[in-house]
Design a protein around this ligand. Structure first.
Ligand code: ADP
Length: 349
């Protein structure tokens, strides 16, 4: 697989602030990547460096095998074959939809521009709104126009900066799915920035999780969800709870919940661990479950999300089908899919 975008040990600094340190990752052609992490972890700085707006202090950035940034060289943004979609869509208010889409086609003839605009309008299914102005469009429609404008010059990579954050949650997930299928159909390589893991999960093939300017983990959404490599990743991804527990040398949990596999627990002695318990690993089991008190209950349509208190006060969550309808204050008998829980040793004796 050829690498469309690659970053090799990239660092970015603003006067005295190290914003990004030693970040490396690569995106093959046609893949959708995502820079994910909490506010201030360096996502925007990286995206701006790839677009050519930010110099880098160390490392190199390549697009389609060609160097576009090193500490001593920065190809200007307009010479990089990069399309940008901004958080606020940044459409030109005085231009119609079709004029916005055609705006970047400076090298094309009038005829080529018209053909490309029609093609882009087809792509985003907004043919009927070609003559409208941005203020006459919904947020989702504006987003699609911004996407079409960025894609019209046929860039080598599309960069999306928090592309769905200005939309309500229902439209956000619908549009994320639409945009993903559109990019996939055209085999467009894209890199998105978000702090929202649902967006990252819905859109990306590969997630680069950042923590304070450094890579915390790189992997598919599924990998990050099931195999977080650190407590930071476990805490940031998914709605799981990190539960403090003790195990004996054989991996038996001292609270009687069961036994960890040899893959999960290879300590010679017992020790303290943090166990990442996702809501979907906690199963209602009337006969064999361990009773835990329900302290909160949220109706989610098909499921209830129960918050359950352990004897020592730690809280974990359980996702149960909505026919399992118990009241706050009741005990809910649950068992755990322990073999799927990530284990972090905090102290081994
Ligand atoms: P994110 O997009 O993940 O929120 P940023 O890349 O915007 O993170 O910021 C990373 C770090 O760099 C933060 O500590 C931020 O305060 C700092 N930073 C960002 N832009 C500038 C700037 N123009 N001048 C100084 N510091 C900056």
């Amino acid at each position: 697989m050829s690498e469309q975008l690659s970053l090799n040990r990239v660092s970015i600094k603003y006067s005295n602030t190290a914003a990004v340190t030693n970040v490396s990752f690569a995106l093959p052609k046609g893949e959708i990547g995502c820079l994910l992490g909490p506010s201030g972890c360096g996502k925007t700085s990286l995206l701006r460096a790839i677009a050519g707006f930010e110099p880098i202090l160390d490392g190199e950035i390549k697009l389609k095998g060609n160097i576009i940034s090193t500490p001593s060289f920065r190809q200007p943004p307009e010479q990089r074959s990069v399309g940008m979609v901004f958080q606020d869509f940044a459409l030109f208010p005085h231009l119609t939809v079709q004029q916005n889409i055609g705006f970047g086609l400076t090298q094309a003839t009038k005829e080529q521009t018209a053909i490309r605009i029609t093609e882009m309008l087809d792509l985003i299914s907004l043919q009927s709104l070609a003559q409208r102005y941005p203020h006459e469009l919904s947020g989702g429609q504006q987003q699609r126009v911004a996407l079409a404008r960025a894609l019209a010059p046929d860039p080598e990579i599309l960069l999306l900066d928090e592309p769905f954050s200005n939309l309500d949650s229902v439209r956000r997930s619908k549009l994320a799915a639409e945009v993903r299928s559109l990019l996939k159909r055209r085999r467009i390589t894209a890199l998105m920035v978000t702090h929202d893991q649902d967006e990252a999960f819905a859109m990306s093939d590969q997630i680069v999780l950042l923590d304070q300017g450094s890579v915390a983990q790189i992997g598919s959404p599924r990998d990050l969800y099931h195999y977080p490599v650190s407590i930071f990743a476990a805490d940031f991804i998914g709605a799981g709870k990190l539960i403090n527990l003790e195990v004996d040398a054989a991996g038996n949990l001292l609270n009687g919940w069961g036994k960890l596999s040899s893959k999960q627990w290879s300590g010679k002695n017992g020790g303290r661990i943090k166990l990442l318990i996702r809501p979907d690993l906690v199963i209602f089991d009337k006969k064999k479950g361990h009773p835990l008190f329900i302290v909160e209950k949220l109706f989610q349509g098909a499921n209830y999300l129960y918050h359950l208190a352990m004897a020592d006060g730690q809280i974990l969550s359980c996702l149960a089908p909505n026919e399992i309808d118990h009241a706050i204050g009741d005990e809910l008998p649950v068992r755990f899919k322990l073999d799927q829980a990530a284990v972090f040793k905090t102290e081994s004796t």
